[in-house]
Design a protein around this ligand. Structure first.
Ligand SMILES: Cc1cc2nc3c(=O)[nH]c(=O)nc-3n(C[C@H](O)[C@H](O)[C@H](O)COP(=O)(O)OP(=O)(O)OC[C@H]3O[C@@H](n4cnc5c(N)ncnc54)[C@H](O)[C@@H]3O)c2cc1C
Length: 529
């Protein structure tokens, strides 16, 4: 990564710089986009508020159909759609899955090394909801670290600026003109006809999450503030097995699902299976099913956690070094002791509405990776499909952004003050989201959440913390609005007051700001808005 000095100040008190394409984020989607745009000959500037990414922490792997195996695009699409609870866009899934192998091959060309079962043959494992072994991995359970390492190395000639916080997408006449950013040297504007949001997820809406500190929903907020819709935002995936370490908040280690793929079992404190009789795929059922089963068992037993027993997995500590060392850090030897686990906020299935090239409804604005909603995940993401989506759609968004930049009229962004936005204190927000919008929700809890979210105060977005708090506040409000409107249970949205799936609601929910400044459901077919 090259670190550049801050650009010089312009006349208006803000510094200004020009680019063809600005990419926000240095995870899998951002770097895939930036590399593609750079290779297409564009002047690309990549900004990131931090070095840490969710990509780095990915464990299990990348789901990909290897052409000479017993798998098929159709089988991978079928598993993805089955997990997605009726809300996947089958064309989008097919398009992304079909390009998976080429995108992974390109990553290998960039230097990524995946584990092999024999020389020249990738080792493939299974995770929840996959009926075939199609998950490639690296370093046992350190896939994300290898993906990030390879992309960082391949992107070493890119213009990457860390400690730059995206504040606002700038637009004029229905098209993007640039991005307002905050740096240690004050605010500035990157003038560009194309901006790609690759800002990752929103796990810090909750007290405890598998996500890194920067996963605060910033891209969702930037899109909402720019007047765009976010879709399927009520579908927040809780990973069934986050390490339980007492009442600790913030980022907590994930215990990869691949352990269950290799034979680890989920049991309660009495040693009873948590998923027996719940789903034909048992512990390898889709995540929403397993997380809900754990939540239900904890409600019955009153225990703080259930256990993942991996003692029968051969050579477990060597094969799963990331999990093993995280557990050792908490005093647990996974070869000898069951691992205490709880469901943890993990992945945003919804996001900024885009097509499979990352295009949003605003000309020149693109979104890719976890921040985007392409239609790939529907109401519940299938394990290991997100690195795949980030690679494929990131690359496509980079190319689409360059094509747009070549033809777009270049307009100067207006000189702007640093914006002021409503903010709810982070501990209050996280407590309310954890209490009322976790694995299981109901109407009265969601009402209470809205009341709390209405108690905001306006803050100037003068530093990273303020930007993140404002982003969390608007994102939590969008989740509360969408979750309240979805009076049914589907995918990872479980309503205790509406436990059944309503076939009339098999459609996505769009939320956006109304003309009166309120976030509202803009569209949910079958249901009056
Ligand atoms: C513990 C864990 C394990 C996982 N395991 C797997 C797995 O095995 N397989 C799989 O497919 N998926 C897995 N996932 C999910 C997957 O890792 C993520 O969905 C994916 O990496 C997201 O990539 P991204 O590029 O969209 O975002 P990230 O990798 O999160 O990158 C986001 C980037 O945006 C930047 N950013 C955010 N906001 C701003 C802002 N306002 N201004 C400037 N920069 C900003 C951040 O600094 C960061 O650089 C896992 C996730 C976690 C947390």
């Amino acid at each position: 990564m090259t670190l550049r000095t801050p650009p010089v100040c312009g006349g208006s008190g803000f510094w200004r710089q020009r680019a063809d394409v600005v990419v926000v984020g240095t995870g899998v989607a951002g770097l895939a986009a930036a590399r593609a745009a750079h290779r297409a000959g564009a002047k690309v500037v990549v900004v990131s508020k931090a070095r840490e990414t969710a990509t780095f922490y990915a464990q299990g792997g990348i789901a990909v159909v290897i052409p000479d195996g017993d798998d098929s695009i159709e089988a991978h699409v079928a598993d993805t759609v089955a997990a997605g609870g009726g809300l996947c866009d089958v064309d989008a899934v097919t398009s992304i899955v079909a390009d998976g192998y080429a995108a992974v091959a390109e990553l290998v060309g960039a230097g990524a090394v995946f584990d092999e079962s024999e020389p020249g043959r990738w080792s493939v494992t299974r995770e929840g909801g996959h009926r075939r072994r199609r998950i490639i991995h690296a370093g046992g359970d350190a896939t994300g670290a290898e993906v990030q390492r390879a992309l960082n190395a391949a992107g070493s000639t890119l213009d990457i600026r860390t400690d730059h916080v995206a504040l606002q997408v700038l637009q004029s006449g229905g098209a993007v003109t640039g991005l307002q950013v905050l740096t240690g040297d004050g605010p500035g504007v990157l003038e560009a006809p194309s901006v790609i949001l690759a800002t990752g997820g929103l796990g810090h809406l909750y007290r405890a999450t598998t996500n890194p500190d920067g996963s605060t929903g910033d891209g969702i907020a930037l899109a909402l503030w720019a007047g765009l819709a976010v879709s399927d935002i009520e579908f927040i995936q809780f990973h069934p097995t986050m390490l339980y370490t007492g009442d600790a908040g913030g980022r907590r280690p994930l215990i990869t699902e691949a352990l269950r793929g290799e034979g680890a079992v989920l049991v309660d404190a009495q040693g009873n299976s948590v998923t027996a009789g719940v789903h034909p795929m048992g512990d390898l059922a889709p995540r929403d099913v397993v997380a809900a089963a754990v939540d239900a068992r904890l409600a019955v037993t009153g225990d703080d956690c259930v256990y993942l027993d991996a003692r029968a997995v051969p050579d477990v500590a060597r094969r799963f070094p990331t999990v093993s060392s995280a557990c050792l850090g908490a005093g647990i030897d996974i070869a000898r002791q069951p691992i205490p686990v709880v469901p943890g906020a993990h992945y945003s299935c919804g996001g900024v509405r885009t097509d499979v090239h990352g295009r949003t409804e605003l000309a020149g604005l693109y979104a890719a990776g976890e921040v985007a909603r392409t239609g790939m995940h529907g109401a519940n993401r299938l394990a290991s499909n997100s690195l795949l989506e980030g690679l494929v759609v990131g690359g496509r968004a980079g190319r689409a952004a360059v094509a747009h930049a070549r033809t777009a009229e270049r307009k100067r962004s207006p000189a702007l003050e640093v914006p002021t936005r409503p903010v709810l204190s982070r501990p209050q927000l996280q407590h309310a989201m954890t209490s009322y919008a976790s694995v299981v929700r109901d109407a009265s809890g969601l009402r209470r959440l809205r009341e709390l979210l209405d108690g905001t105060t306006d803050r100037v977005l003068a530093d990273r913390r303020a930007v993140e708090d404002a982003a969390l506040t608007v994102t939590a409000t969008a989740v509360a609005v969408a979750a309240a409107a979805r009076a049914e249970s589907r995918g990872c949205h479980h309503r205790s007051d509406h436990p059944a799936t309503d076939p009339a609601r098999a459609t996505s929910t769009d939320v956006r700001f109304d003309s009166d400044g309120q976030l509202r459901v803009a569209r949910q077919l079958g249901v009056p808005a």
